[in-house]
Ligand binder design. Structure first.
Ligand code: FNR
Length: 424
Protein backbone atom coordinates (compact mmCIF):
# COMPACT_ATOMS: atom_id res chain seq x y z
CA UNK A 1 0.00 0.00 0.00
CA UNK A 2 2.63 2.54 1.07
CA UNK A 3 2.24 6.12 2.09
CA UNK A 4 -0.77 7.99 0.74
CA UNK A 5 -0.10 11.64 0.04
CA UNK A 6 -1.73 14.20 2.36
CA UNK A 7 -3.92 16.03 -0.17
CA UNK A 8 -5.26 12.75 -1.54
CA UNK A 9 -6.20 11.48 1.89
CA UNK A 10 -7.61 14.82 2.91
CA UNK A 11 -9.92 14.77 -0.13
CA UNK A 12 -10.95 11.16 0.52
CA UNK A 13 -11.75 11.93 4.17
CA UNK A 14 -13.84 14.99 3.29
CA UNK A 15 -15.68 13.16 0.50
CA UNK A 16 -16.46 10.24 2.80
CA UNK A 17 -17.73 12.81 5.27
CA UNK A 18 -20.27 13.93 2.66
CA UNK A 19 -22.00 10.58 3.08
CA UNK A 20 -22.13 11.11 6.82
CA UNK A 21 -19.28 8.74 7.67
CA UNK A 22 -16.59 9.87 10.07
CA UNK A 23 -13.15 8.48 10.74
CA UNK A 24 -13.09 5.78 13.44
CA UNK A 25 -9.58 6.66 14.59
CA UNK A 26 -9.52 10.17 16.07
CA UNK A 27 -7.12 12.68 14.54
CA UNK A 28 -6.33 14.62 17.67
CA UNK A 29 -3.82 13.01 20.04
CA UNK A 30 -5.92 13.63 23.16
CA UNK A 31 -9.05 12.18 21.57
CA UNK A 32 -7.02 9.22 20.32
CA UNK A 33 -5.82 8.57 23.86
CA UNK A 34 -9.30 8.86 25.35
CA UNK A 35 -10.81 6.54 22.72
CA UNK A 36 -8.11 3.94 23.46
CA UNK A 37 -8.71 4.22 27.20
CA UNK A 38 -12.33 3.15 26.72
CA UNK A 39 -11.20 -0.07 25.07
CA UNK A 40 -8.59 -1.22 27.57
CA UNK A 41 -8.66 -2.85 30.99
CA UNK A 42 -7.56 -0.63 33.87
CA UNK A 43 -4.34 -2.64 34.18
CA UNK A 44 -3.51 -2.31 30.49
CA UNK A 45 -4.30 1.39 30.60
CA UNK A 46 -2.12 1.99 33.65
CA UNK A 47 0.82 0.20 32.05
CA UNK A 48 0.49 1.87 28.66
CA UNK A 49 -0.46 5.42 29.56
CA UNK A 50 1.33 5.76 32.88
CA UNK A 51 4.71 7.22 33.72
CA UNK A 52 7.06 7.40 36.66
CA UNK A 53 6.19 9.21 39.89
CA UNK A 54 3.97 12.25 39.51
CA UNK A 55 4.30 12.01 35.72
CA UNK A 56 5.85 15.48 35.58
CA UNK A 57 8.29 14.46 32.86
CA UNK A 58 5.51 12.86 30.86
CA UNK A 59 3.64 16.18 30.90
CA UNK A 60 6.82 18.20 30.32
CA UNK A 61 7.56 16.18 27.19
CA UNK A 62 4.42 17.66 25.69
CA UNK A 63 4.94 21.18 27.04
CA UNK A 64 8.39 21.29 25.48
CA UNK A 65 6.88 21.07 22.00
CA UNK A 66 4.46 23.90 22.69
CA UNK A 67 7.41 26.17 23.56
CA UNK A 68 8.91 25.88 20.09
CA UNK A 69 7.42 27.96 17.28
CA UNK A 70 7.78 27.28 13.58
CA UNK A 71 8.85 30.17 11.34
CA UNK A 72 7.24 29.30 7.99
CA UNK A 73 8.66 30.46 4.68
CA UNK A 74 6.12 31.32 2.01
CA UNK A 75 6.10 31.05 -1.80
CA UNK A 76 9.19 28.96 -2.37
CA UNK A 77 8.12 28.31 -5.98
CA UNK A 78 8.52 24.54 -5.85
CA UNK A 79 5.75 21.99 -5.23
CA UNK A 80 7.90 18.88 -5.45
CA UNK A 81 8.50 16.95 -2.22
CA UNK A 82 10.76 14.20 -0.98
CA UNK A 83 10.98 13.69 2.76
CA UNK A 84 12.99 10.51 2.53
CA UNK A 85 16.12 10.19 4.59
CA UNK A 86 19.11 7.87 4.94
CA UNK A 87 20.11 6.19 8.19
CA UNK A 88 23.01 3.75 8.24
CA UNK A 89 22.68 3.35 4.48
CA UNK A 90 18.98 2.46 4.83
CA UNK A 91 16.43 4.58 3.02
CA UNK A 92 13.46 5.75 5.09
CA UNK A 93 10.48 7.17 3.20
CA UNK A 94 9.97 9.56 6.13
CA UNK A 95 12.21 10.25 9.14
CA UNK A 96 9.93 8.16 11.35
CA UNK A 97 10.15 4.75 13.00
CA UNK A 98 7.85 3.01 15.46
CA UNK A 99 9.36 2.93 18.95
CA UNK A 100 9.79 -0.37 20.75
CA UNK A 101 6.84 -0.87 23.09
CA UNK A 102 6.86 -3.93 25.30
CA UNK A 103 3.88 -6.03 26.32
CA UNK A 104 1.67 -4.85 23.47
CA UNK A 105 -0.36 -8.02 24.03
CA UNK A 106 -2.07 -6.05 26.77
CA UNK A 107 -3.82 -4.27 23.90
CA UNK A 108 -4.80 -7.23 21.73
CA UNK A 109 -3.66 -10.78 20.97
CA UNK A 110 -0.62 -11.13 18.68
CA UNK A 111 -0.21 -7.38 18.88
CA UNK A 112 3.40 -7.30 17.70
CA UNK A 113 2.46 -9.12 14.53
CA UNK A 114 -0.41 -6.72 13.91
CA UNK A 115 1.91 -3.73 14.31
CA UNK A 116 4.57 -5.39 12.16
CA UNK A 117 2.06 -5.81 9.31
CA UNK A 118 0.89 -2.22 9.69
CA UNK A 119 4.50 -1.00 9.39
CA UNK A 120 5.06 -3.14 6.34
CA UNK A 121 1.94 -1.68 4.71
CA UNK A 122 2.72 1.95 5.41
CA UNK A 123 6.47 1.61 4.85
CA UNK A 124 7.69 2.75 8.26
CA UNK A 125 10.34 0.70 10.11
CA UNK A 126 9.33 -1.12 13.30
CA UNK A 127 11.73 -1.49 16.22
CA UNK A 128 10.94 -4.86 17.82
CA UNK A 129 10.91 -4.65 21.60
CA UNK A 130 13.01 -6.89 23.79
CA UNK A 131 9.79 -7.26 25.79
CA UNK A 132 7.58 -8.26 22.88
CA UNK A 133 4.85 -10.86 23.16
CA UNK A 134 5.87 -12.55 19.92
CA UNK A 135 9.37 -13.76 19.00
CA UNK A 136 11.18 -11.42 16.61
CA UNK A 137 11.51 -14.12 13.92
CA UNK A 138 7.73 -14.39 13.56
CA UNK A 139 7.26 -10.63 13.24
CA UNK A 140 10.15 -10.47 10.77
CA UNK A 141 8.47 -13.12 8.65
CA UNK A 142 5.26 -11.08 8.66
CA UNK A 143 7.19 -8.06 7.45
CA UNK A 144 8.85 -9.69 4.46
CA UNK A 145 11.55 -7.32 3.20
CA UNK A 146 10.19 -4.33 5.18
CA UNK A 147 12.61 -2.58 7.54
CA UNK A 148 12.91 -3.57 11.18
CA UNK A 149 15.40 -2.99 13.97
CA UNK A 150 15.78 -4.76 17.29
CA UNK A 151 15.74 -3.11 20.70
CA UNK A 152 17.91 -4.80 23.27
CA UNK A 153 17.88 -4.80 27.05
CA UNK A 154 21.10 -5.91 28.65
CA UNK A 155 20.29 -8.79 30.98
CA UNK A 156 22.54 -10.31 33.61
CA UNK A 157 23.64 -12.96 31.09
CA UNK A 158 26.01 -11.71 28.36
CA UNK A 159 25.42 -15.02 26.61
CA UNK A 160 21.70 -14.23 26.39
CA UNK A 161 22.49 -10.71 25.13
CA UNK A 162 24.64 -12.15 22.36
CA UNK A 163 22.04 -14.75 21.48
CA UNK A 164 19.40 -12.04 21.04
CA UNK A 165 21.78 -10.04 18.85
CA UNK A 166 22.53 -13.08 16.69
CA UNK A 167 18.80 -13.73 16.28
CA UNK A 168 18.23 -10.09 15.31
CA UNK A 169 20.97 -10.37 12.68
CA UNK A 170 19.53 -13.62 11.37
CA UNK A 171 16.00 -12.27 10.99
CA UNK A 172 17.04 -9.19 9.06
CA UNK A 173 17.03 -6.43 11.65
CA UNK A 174 18.91 -3.41 10.35
CA UNK A 175 20.21 -2.08 13.69
CA UNK A 176 20.44 -2.82 17.40
CA UNK A 177 18.93 -0.21 19.69
CA UNK A 178 20.39 -0.69 23.14
CA UNK A 179 18.10 0.90 25.71
CA UNK A 180 20.16 2.06 28.67
CA UNK A 181 17.67 4.04 30.76
CA UNK A 182 15.88 0.97 32.11
CA UNK A 183 18.52 -0.94 34.02
CA UNK A 184 15.90 -0.80 36.77
CA UNK A 185 12.17 -0.36 36.45
CA UNK A 186 11.00 3.20 37.25
CA UNK A 187 8.68 3.86 40.22
CA UNK A 188 5.36 3.87 38.39
CA UNK A 189 2.56 4.83 40.74
CA UNK A 190 -0.30 3.61 38.56
CA UNK A 191 1.12 0.09 38.24
CA UNK A 192 2.11 0.00 41.91
CA UNK A 193 -1.41 0.99 42.94
CA UNK A 194 -2.85 -1.96 41.01
CA UNK A 195 0.00 -4.28 42.06
CA UNK A 196 0.25 -5.17 38.42
CA UNK A 197 3.35 -6.09 36.41
CA UNK A 198 2.46 -7.89 33.17
CA UNK A 199 5.71 -9.88 33.01
CA UNK A 200 4.67 -11.80 36.12
CA UNK A 201 1.62 -12.95 34.16
CA UNK A 202 3.90 -14.38 31.47
CA UNK A 203 3.32 -11.42 29.14
CA UNK A 204 6.10 -9.61 27.26
CA UNK A 205 8.71 -12.34 27.68
CA UNK A 206 8.47 -14.07 24.29
CA UNK A 207 11.98 -13.03 23.17
CA UNK A 208 13.26 -14.90 26.23
CA UNK A 209 11.10 -18.02 26.12
CA UNK A 210 11.99 -18.50 22.44
CA UNK A 211 15.71 -18.11 23.10
CA UNK A 212 18.05 -21.11 23.23
CA UNK A 213 20.29 -19.58 25.91
CA UNK A 214 17.30 -18.71 28.09
CA UNK A 215 15.72 -22.14 27.73
CA UNK A 216 19.05 -23.81 28.48
CA UNK A 217 19.23 -21.81 31.72
CA UNK A 218 15.69 -22.97 32.49
CA UNK A 219 16.68 -26.58 31.88
CA UNK A 220 19.52 -26.13 34.35
CA UNK A 221 16.95 -25.20 37.01
CA UNK A 222 17.87 -21.50 37.17
CA UNK A 223 14.20 -20.56 37.44
CA UNK A 224 13.64 -22.37 40.72
CA UNK A 225 13.05 -19.23 42.81
CA UNK A 226 13.02 -15.46 42.61
CA UNK A 227 16.06 -14.27 44.50
CA UNK A 228 15.53 -12.01 47.49
CA UNK A 229 11.72 -11.93 47.59
CA UNK A 230 9.17 -13.83 49.64
CA UNK A 231 6.75 -16.09 47.77
CA UNK A 232 3.23 -14.65 47.57
CA UNK A 233 0.65 -16.42 49.74
CA UNK A 234 -1.72 -18.78 47.94
CA UNK A 235 -5.15 -17.20 47.46
CA UNK A 236 -7.85 -17.59 44.83
CA UNK A 237 -6.23 -14.61 43.15
CA UNK A 238 -2.83 -16.31 43.02
CA UNK A 239 -4.38 -19.41 41.47
CA UNK A 240 -6.25 -17.29 38.91
CA UNK A 241 -3.07 -15.46 37.98
CA UNK A 242 -1.12 -18.70 37.76
CA UNK A 243 -3.70 -20.05 35.32
CA UNK A 244 -3.50 -16.82 33.35
CA UNK A 245 0.28 -17.14 33.25
CA UNK A 246 -0.04 -20.70 31.91
CA UNK A 247 -2.51 -19.50 29.29
CA UNK A 248 -0.17 -16.68 28.20
CA UNK A 249 2.85 -18.96 27.99
CA UNK A 250 3.75 -20.48 24.59
CA UNK A 251 1.65 -23.63 24.06
CA UNK A 252 -1.45 -22.29 25.84
CA UNK A 253 -3.35 -23.39 28.92
CA UNK A 254 -3.87 -27.09 28.05
CA UNK A 255 -0.26 -27.84 27.26
CA UNK A 256 0.97 -25.89 30.28
CA UNK A 257 -1.61 -26.84 32.89
CA UNK A 258 0.57 -29.43 34.62
CA UNK A 259 3.98 -28.00 33.66
CA UNK A 260 6.18 -25.97 35.97
CA UNK A 261 8.01 -24.30 33.07
CA UNK A 262 5.84 -21.16 32.75
CA UNK A 263 6.32 -20.24 36.38
CA UNK A 264 10.01 -21.06 36.25
CA UNK A 265 10.44 -18.98 33.10
CA UNK A 266 8.88 -15.97 34.82
CA UNK A 267 11.10 -16.46 37.85
CA UNK A 268 14.18 -16.73 35.69
CA UNK A 269 13.14 -13.66 33.75
CA UNK A 270 12.67 -11.64 36.94
CA UNK A 271 16.11 -12.74 38.13
CA UNK A 272 18.04 -11.84 35.02
CA UNK A 273 16.19 -9.33 32.84
CA UNK A 274 17.91 -6.17 34.01
CA UNK A 275 21.50 -5.33 34.73
CA UNK A 276 21.99 -2.27 36.93
CA UNK A 277 25.76 -2.67 36.52
CA UNK A 278 25.62 -1.91 32.79
CA UNK A 279 28.52 0.31 31.68
CA UNK A 280 30.14 1.73 28.55
CA UNK A 281 32.53 -1.25 28.65
CA UNK A 282 29.67 -3.50 27.59
CA UNK A 283 28.89 -1.19 24.67
CA UNK A 284 32.52 -1.48 23.56
CA UNK A 285 32.25 -5.25 23.86
CA UNK A 286 29.01 -5.33 21.88
CA UNK A 287 30.62 -3.19 19.18
CA UNK A 288 33.13 -6.02 18.68
CA UNK A 289 30.41 -8.67 18.40
CA UNK A 290 28.25 -7.43 15.53
CA UNK A 291 28.52 -5.49 12.32
CA UNK A 292 25.02 -4.05 12.74
CA UNK A 293 24.79 -0.36 13.64
CA UNK A 294 24.31 0.13 17.38
CA UNK A 295 22.22 3.00 18.75
CA UNK A 296 22.09 3.93 22.42
CA UNK A 297 18.55 4.81 23.49
CA UNK A 298 17.92 6.91 26.58
CA UNK A 299 20.56 9.64 26.27
CA UNK A 300 19.66 13.02 27.82
CA UNK A 301 23.06 14.66 28.35
CA UNK A 302 25.74 15.94 25.99
CA UNK A 303 28.54 14.28 28.00
CA UNK A 304 26.80 10.89 27.75
CA UNK A 305 26.37 11.46 24.01
CA UNK A 306 30.15 11.91 23.79
CA UNK A 307 30.65 8.69 25.75
CA UNK A 308 28.35 6.84 23.35
CA UNK A 309 30.44 8.03 20.42
CA UNK A 310 33.67 7.09 22.23
CA UNK A 311 32.32 3.62 23.01
CA UNK A 312 31.75 3.03 19.31
CA UNK A 313 27.97 3.51 19.14
CA UNK A 314 26.77 4.44 15.67
CA UNK A 315 23.89 6.64 16.80
CA UNK A 316 21.86 7.74 19.79
CA UNK A 317 18.21 8.10 20.66
CA UNK A 318 17.49 11.11 22.85
CA UNK A 319 14.72 9.80 25.06
CA UNK A 320 13.37 9.75 28.60
CA UNK A 321 11.36 6.61 27.85
CA UNK A 322 8.16 8.62 27.61
CA UNK A 323 8.54 9.81 31.22
CA UNK A 324 8.42 6.24 32.54
CA UNK A 325 11.78 6.14 34.27
CA UNK A 326 13.08 9.30 36.00
CA UNK A 327 10.25 11.60 36.98
CA UNK A 328 11.61 15.13 36.83
CA UNK A 329 14.03 14.26 34.03
CA UNK A 330 14.47 16.85 31.31
CA UNK A 331 12.01 16.67 28.40
CA UNK A 332 13.68 14.90 25.49
CA UNK A 333 13.08 17.83 23.14
CA UNK A 334 14.80 20.24 25.57
CA UNK A 335 17.81 17.94 25.75
CA UNK A 336 18.13 17.69 21.98
CA UNK A 337 19.84 20.95 21.00
CA UNK A 338 22.79 20.53 23.39
CA UNK A 339 23.26 16.92 22.33
CA UNK A 340 23.13 17.83 18.66
CA UNK A 341 25.78 20.48 19.32
CA UNK A 342 27.95 17.94 21.11
CA UNK A 343 27.73 15.33 18.33
CA UNK A 344 27.50 17.19 15.08
CA UNK A 345 25.93 15.94 11.86
CA UNK A 346 26.14 13.49 10.16
CA UNK A 347 26.27 11.45 13.41
CA UNK A 348 22.71 10.05 13.69
CA UNK A 349 20.66 11.49 16.55
CA UNK A 350 17.08 10.28 16.90
CA UNK A 351 14.47 11.43 19.39
CA UNK A 352 11.34 10.16 21.07
CA UNK A 353 9.14 11.07 24.05
CA UNK A 354 6.13 13.23 23.36
CA UNK A 355 5.80 13.03 19.56
CA UNK A 356 2.07 13.39 18.91
CA UNK A 357 1.69 15.34 15.67
CA UNK A 358 3.29 16.24 12.38
CA UNK A 359 4.38 19.57 13.73
CA UNK A 360 6.13 17.81 16.65
CA UNK A 361 8.07 15.78 14.11
CA UNK A 362 8.94 18.98 12.22
CA UNK A 363 10.17 20.70 15.40
CA UNK A 364 12.31 17.71 16.42
CA UNK A 365 13.97 17.67 12.99
CA UNK A 366 14.50 21.43 13.10
CA UNK A 367 16.21 21.14 16.48
CA UNK A 368 18.63 18.56 15.16
CA UNK A 369 17.03 15.09 15.13
CA UNK A 370 17.62 12.95 12.05
CA UNK A 371 14.46 10.94 12.70
CA UNK A 372 11.93 10.38 15.47
CA UNK A 373 10.28 7.40 17.11
CA UNK A 374 6.53 7.31 17.55
CA UNK A 375 5.49 5.71 20.85
CA UNK A 376 2.16 5.53 22.68
CA UNK A 377 -0.08 6.89 19.86
CA UNK A 378 0.38 3.79 17.71
CA UNK A 379 -0.56 1.56 20.64
CA UNK A 380 -3.69 3.68 21.04
CA UNK A 381 -4.51 3.17 17.36
CA UNK A 382 -4.00 -0.55 17.89
CA UNK A 383 -6.50 -0.53 20.75
CA UNK A 384 -9.08 1.34 18.71
CA UNK A 385 -8.94 -0.45 15.37
CA UNK A 386 -6.20 -3.10 15.26
CA UNK A 387 -3.92 -3.05 12.22
CA UNK A 388 -6.07 -0.44 10.49
CA UNK A 389 -5.81 1.69 13.59
CA UNK A 390 -2.00 1.58 13.63
CA UNK A 391 -1.82 2.33 9.91
CA UNK A 392 -4.21 5.25 10.30
CA UNK A 393 -2.27 6.75 13.20
CA UNK A 394 0.96 6.59 11.19
CA UNK A 395 -0.70 7.97 8.05
CA UNK A 396 -2.33 10.81 9.96
CA UNK A 397 0.94 11.82 11.57
CA UNK A 398 2.83 11.70 8.28
CA UNK A 399 0.12 13.58 6.40
CA UNK A 400 0.14 16.24 9.11
CA UNK A 401 3.94 16.42 8.86
CA UNK A 402 3.88 16.60 5.08
CA UNK A 403 1.46 19.52 5.08
CA UNK A 404 3.23 21.31 7.94
CA UNK A 405 6.56 21.04 6.16
CA UNK A 406 5.20 22.10 2.79
CA UNK A 407 3.26 25.00 4.26
CA UNK A 408 6.44 26.05 6.06
CA UNK A 409 8.21 26.12 2.71
CA UNK A 410 10.27 22.94 3.14
CA UNK A 411 10.29 20.25 0.48
CA UNK A 412 12.99 18.03 1.94
CA UNK A 413 14.31 17.02 5.33
CA UNK A 414 17.60 18.92 4.86
CA UNK A 415 15.65 22.20 4.65
CA UNK A 416 14.16 21.66 8.11
CA UNK A 417 16.90 23.21 10.20
CA UNK A 418 17.29 25.48 13.25
CA UNK A 419 16.47 28.51 11.12
CA UNK A 420 12.89 27.15 10.88
CA UNK A 421 12.12 27.38 14.60
CA UNK A 422 12.24 29.75 17.52
CA UNK A 423 12.07 28.95 21.23
CA UNK A 424 9.24 31.03 22.72
C1 FNR B 1 7.86 1.76 26.24
N1 FNR B 1 9.15 2.05 25.84
C2 FNR B 1 10.05 1.04 25.65
N2 FNR B 1 11.32 1.31 25.25
C3 FNR B 1 12.19 0.32 25.02
O1 FNR B 1 13.32 0.59 24.64
N3 FNR B 1 11.80 -0.99 25.19
C4 FNR B 1 10.57 -1.34 25.59
O2 FNR B 1 10.25 -2.51 25.72
C5 FNR B 1 9.66 -0.30 25.88
N4 FNR B 1 8.42 -0.58 26.35
C6 FNR B 1 7.51 0.43 26.52
C7 FNR B 1 6.22 0.11 26.95
C8 FNR B 1 5.28 1.12 27.05
C9 FNR B 1 3.89 0.77 27.46
C10 FNR B 1 5.61 2.45 26.70
C11 FNR B 1 4.59 3.56 26.73
C12 FNR B 1 6.89 2.77 26.32
C13 FNR B 1 9.56 3.44 25.56
C14 FNR B 1 9.30 3.79 24.09
O3 FNR B 1 10.20 3.12 23.26
C15 FNR B 1 9.45 5.29 23.86
O4 FNR B 1 10.69 5.71 24.36
C16 FNR B 1 8.33 6.08 24.53
O5 FNR B 1 7.09 5.46 24.31
C17 FNR B 1 8.29 7.50 24.00
O6 FNR B 1 7.36 8.27 24.71
P1 FNR B 1 5.89 8.60 24.15
O7 FNR B 1 6.07 9.39 22.89
O8 FNR B 1 5.21 7.30 23.93
O9 FNR B 1 5.24 9.38 25.24
Amino acid sequence: MGYIEATRRQKAIFLTGMSGRRAVVPFHANELREAAKKRLSKQAWAYLAGGAGDELTMAANRDAFSKVAILPHVMRGDASIDFSTQLFGQNLVFPLLLAPIGVLDLVCPEADRVVARACRNVGVPFIFSNQAGTPMEICAQDMGPAQRWFQLYWSKSDELVLSLVRRAEACGCGAIVLTVDTTLLGWRNRDLKLGYLPFLRGMGIAQYTSDPVFTALLDKGEGAAISGTPRPGVTLHTIGNLLRLKANYPGGIFKNLLRKTPLEAVRLFVNIYSNPALSWEQVRWLRQQTTLPILIKGILRADDAHKAVDAGADGIVVSNHGGRQVDGAIPALDALAAIRKAVSKPYPVLLDSGIRSGSDLFKALALGADAVLLGRPYAYGLAIAGQQGVETVIQNLLNDFELTARLAGCSKVSEIDTDMVLRT
